[in-house]
Design a protein around this ligand. Structure first.
Ligand SMILES: O=P(O)(O)OC[C@H]1O[C@H](OP(=O)(O)OP(=O)(O)O)[C@H](O)[C@@H]1O
Ligand SMILES: O=c1cc[nH]c(=O)[nH]1
Length: 203
């Protein structure tokens, strides 16, 4: 169980060192906007270090929130390296192994950048890593678009509880969670502001 799970949400403070107030009032805020920004800058550094520069990189965000995260990482890498790297999106809807268990979902856009993925180092980007089933589906979806030289995974939050042998290469924050909890990532691109909250849990 999450070590904080016994503490009522109202008595827990955001770990953010800034004076940010919680942008939303549901759940316990575990990352604020400045925490998310710092985590993304660190991930961008790690990606460049692992790849020995920006050469051959392609970032593919998994909709929904993986896509703006991939764009933000590309912008940070451009700031560090002075070079634009290709960014796209990879929808996994039709590749999921739990299609029959989930409410019907409309496919979201897949946009593979010009130049494709053959021989490139593709970094898949998502907001949350949990069971690993989304990433498994993403690997199948990616195989339909070519054969990258390498595929890596960057996630803003790893909340554990993997059901498949999948791990992330770059993690913004490892969040120990109870299985009954839910991690919710909000990004200003979609939502009112950037935050990561945990809701639910043992009562
Ligand atoms: O490791 P997993 O168990 O597959 O869970 C992680 C996925 O769950 C969330 O997506 P969700 O399906 O809720 O859709 P969303 O991205 O549109 O929020 C999240 O964005 C990840 O893609
Ligand atoms: O807690 C969870 C689990 C899967 N996906 C999420 O976005 N949050």
């Amino acid at each position: 169980m999450c070590p904080d799970a016994a503490v009522p949400p109202s008595s827990q403070k955001s770990p953010s060192s800034s004076s940010e107030t919680d942008p939303v009032d549901d759940g316990r805020t575990v990352l604020g906007a400045s925490d998310i920004s710092r985590a993304l800058r660190r991930i961008a550094h790690e990606i460049l270090e692992a790849n020995k520069g920006a050469e051959g990189l392609v970032l593919l965000g998994i909709p929904s929130r993986g896509v703006p995260l991939a764009r933000r990482l590309a912008a940070i890498i451009a700031e560090f390296e002075g070079s634009e790297i290709p960014v796209g999106s990879l929808d996994v809807t039709m590749y999921r192994d739990d299609l029959r268990r989930q409410p019907t979902r409309a496919p979201l856009p897949t946009e593979i950048p010009d130049g494709g993925v053959d021989g490139r180092t593709v970094v898949l980007v998502d907001d949350v890593l949990y069971s690993g089933r989304t990433v498994r589906a993403a690997l199948d979806a990616l195989a339909d678009h070519g054969r990258p030289a390498a595929v890596r995974l960057a996630v803003l939050v790893d909340r554990g509880h993997r059901e498949l042998p999948i791990r992330a290469d770059h993690v913004g924050k490892n969040l120990p969670t109870a299985q009954t909890e839910k991690v919710r990532v909000r990004l200003a691109d979609f939502d009112d502001a950037d935050s990561v909250t945990i809701t639910g849990g043992a009562r």
